[in-house]
Design a protein around this ligand. Structure first.
Ligand code: SF4
Length: 700
């Protein structure tokens, strides 16, 4: 903190971390960010968490990429063996022209080699315009839809269920709407660590008497503010939620007027729920029947209720079923479309909502237009002047499998780090090593960049211009605060230069031109202009040039045929890999307050890394006693995919015989252990449940 004497200018922008989308002000002196203050944005009202306030100095880290790099002809074999301070044995510096020619030339060669596919991973950390350009480059440049990003590892199953049953993939109400609610369910989410500023609004809600129902296999921090804490068995979400809905039906607590006016398929749902009485489900989910009944009555009889969920819901092979249940629960109580009601999947990255909206997914074009729809494709053919495949593309994990199968031989990866973030990550690393041509565009020499043939140095978020869309559907302007280091360039500029070398007639000279093009195919941006966003945040949909946007949607019907939302019954599907005598415990991976995803930014942020410098996992004290391990000792974790050794903490919030393992640490990469089995609809891996064995690690 400081006063105006400590800086010579300030720039208002948006936090680069989570989907809350806090507005902030970079205080700058001599082209360095000195500190950060909160700004009164629509989501944060001036508040910031530790990441937003103290996590900014990664942009000034000496590991920043400042020149394009090309793999040396005499480089050692590809692998995780590049020291970011001593990379010269692997790469050589190049001019932008040479690097772009090499990058595009390799991709074009594979494209033109019959039967060869090239895939792309874009980034939820880039702007809306950069996400749009990335998916356009893959579709227009390579003629197919093999383009995806980290939403596949995050809320893909939530999107799948929301599209199916509500007709829209975004939240129906902002999280701030909780101030008008009487009751809120937070399930499979840990907002105090992962959406900290949103969590402050949740805590305030309880202070004024709101009932907070927290459901999670871990005793997450919000339990201290909860009227009900349901610490259910991992993977038992559907059993628990069906039991709650069973009570609502059995006791006639549902809103029949709302159901009749705005929904379909309720009779089938009612029939389905007969098989899930709480007395039968209590054993399955580990929650007493009385508690399930009490929660059902509390939520159903409230005047206004909201449901928030996170990756504890989505990252399962039954993630879509979990979300279907949450949607049904809200619909049967009429808790959608009014003040204090709504469905809100808490989005992870700062622009995962916007990147998905912009079409950075293999089954949808911008605004979730299906790629298989001829009318939709003809609209884009007119807009882009090129034809592309009507077939859905491959998703993140499927792309790695396709590389192993020899069907994909080249990739363009922008701002993603699959060598850390993919499940069964050794499988993903082997795939990256097999690629004949890999172009990586990033701000650091990430684990994925270790496998690159060409590395293109990009700007960090505080060095670029562009719009982002947060979890609330609020579109906000990001502004450059400091100049990029060395020869690093903005992602959109690099995309344009690559596209030109792939033969595409791109002439963009500023992100505002891209935004203007996006508006031709994205109704969600109606009444939102670049000039407006320069002046204010706008929540989509915005009904007129003066409307700041609609925080609550679907009060008068849903964007589905007939305007009705749908009840889709879900059955109990067990996790893919249940504990057995060889792997008797349950591994759950996730995030910590101080570290962000694969750690490439926060582990280079001085304050954050000082607070959490070491890879760790957490277990219940009774589990540690049984294993004969002291808190702070080392534990060996082994699954069917691999093994790692990591320091263990004692934590009563973790259920006995469960292990919680953050995934930000390369030295104990959690995804060495995780299960790549996929939800059949959202194609999201089961990060939240792997069978694991834990043993005391013998010190060397
Ligand atoms: Fe940034 Fe999210 Fe923290 Fe807000 S809550 S400051 S957006 S990390």
């Amino acid at each position: 903190q400081g006063d105006s004497a400590d800086y010579d200018r300030e720039v208002k922008s948006v936090c680069p971390y989570c989907g809350v989308g806090c507005q902030l002000s970079f205080k700058i002196k001599d082209d360095k960010v000195k500190y950060v203050d909160g700004v009164d944005g629509p989501a944060n009202e001036g508040r910031l968490c530790v990441k937003g306030r103290f996590g900014f100095d990664y942009i000034h880290h000496p590991h920043r990429l400042t020149k394009p790099l090309i793999r040396r002809d005499d480089a050692p074999a590809k692998g995780l063996n590049v020291d970011p301070e001593n990379w010269q044995a692997h790469f050589r510096e190049a001019t932008w022209d040479e690097a772009l020619d090499r990058a595009a030339g390799g991709l074009a060669r594979l494209r033109d080699d019959a039967g060869t596919r090239v895939a792309g991973f874009g980034s939820a950390k880039c702007s809306n315009e950069e996400a749009y350009l990335f998916q356009k480059l893959i579709r227009q440049g390579f003629g197919h839809n093999n383009v995806d990003h980290c939403t596949r590892l995050c809320h893909a199953s939530s999107v799948s269920a929301l599209m199916e049953n509500v007709g829209s993939a975004a939240v129906t109400a902002t999280f701030n709407e909780i101030e008008n609610a009487d009751v809120a369910i937070v399930i499979g989410a840990n907002p105090i660590e992962n959406h900290p500023v949103a969590a402050t609004f949740f805590k305030q809600f309880t202070k004024r008497g709101g009932k907070l129902i927290v459901m999670d296999p871990r005793g997450v921090g919000l339990r201290r503010f909860a009227s009900h804490m349901l610490q259910f068995k991992p993977g038992a979400d559907v059993a628990m939620l069906n039991a709650i809905m069973h009570v609502i039906v059995e006791e006639n607590l549902y809103d029949d007027q709302y159901i009749a006016g705005f929904t379909e398929n309720f009779d089938a749902m009612k029939d389905h729920l007969k098989a899930f009485p709480p007395e039968k489900m209590a054993e399955v989910c580990g929650i007493p029947a009385d508690t399930l009944r009490d929660v059902a009555r509390t939520f159903a009889t409230a005047r206004a209720g909201m449901i928030f969920w996170g990756m504890g819901v989505s990252q399962h092979i039954h993630g879509t079923d979990n979300s279907r249940c949450l949607i049904s629960l809200a619909l049967m109580c009429g808790h959608v479309g009014r003040p204090g009601t709504g469905l809100h999947p808490l989005r992870g990255q700062n622009n995962v909502q916007g990147a998905s909206d912009a079409g950075l997914i293999p089954m949808f074009l911008p605004d979730y237009a299906p790629v298989g729809d001829d009318g939709v494709r003809s609209l884009f053919r007119d807009l882009w002047g090129t034809e592309f495949s009507p077939d859905k593309g491959l998703t993140v994990v499927e792309i790695m499998d396709a590389i192993h199968a020899g069907d994909i031989r080249g990739m363009y990866i922008l701002g993603e780090n699959p060598a850390m973030s993919d499940p069964d990550v050794e499988h993903a690393r082997d795939a990256l090593a097999k690629l004949e041509h890999l172009v990586v565009q990033d701000i650091f020499l990430t684990e994925t960049a270790n496998y690159a043939d060409v590395i293109l140095p990009a700007t960090a978020w505080p060095e670029k211009t562009g719009t982002v869309t947060n979890t609330n559907r609020q579109v906000q302007m990001g502004r450059p605060a400091v100049p990029p280091p060395g020869d690093a360039r903005e992602d959109w500029w690099i995309e344009v230069e690559l596209a030109k070398r792939l033969g595409l007639p791109w002439t963009y000279t500023h992100p505002s031109e891209v935004f203007a093009e996006m508006k031709h195919s994205m109704k969600s941006f109606d009444n939102i202009t670049w000039d407006r966003l320069e002046a204010e945040a706008v929540t989509y949909p915005s009904l007129s040039p003066e409307d700041p946007g609609q925080p609550i949607v679907f009060g008068d019907g849903f964007p589905r045929a007939g305007g009705r939302a749908r009840f889709t019954p879900a059955n109990v599907v067990p996790p893919d890999e249940l504990p057995d005598p060889e792997y008797p415990m349950v591994l759950i991976t996730g995030r910590q307050l101080e570290h962000w995803h694969t750690g490439s930014m926060t582990r280079r942020a001085t304050v954050l890394d000082a607070v959490e410098p070491e890879a760790n996992c957490s277990m219940h004290p009774s589990t540690l006693r049984r294993l004969g391990i002291e808190a702070g000792g080392m534990v060996r974790l082994t699954t069917r995919r691999g093994t790692l050794v990591v320091m263990v903490r004692e934590d009563r919030a973790v259920a006995p015989d469960n292990v919680f393992l953050p995934f930000a640490y390369v030295e104990a990469a959690a995804n060495i252990l995780t299960n790549p089995s996929l939800d059949p609809y959202g194609k999201i891996p089961e990060f939240k449940f792997s069978a694991v064995r834990a043993e005391k690690a013998v010190e060397a």
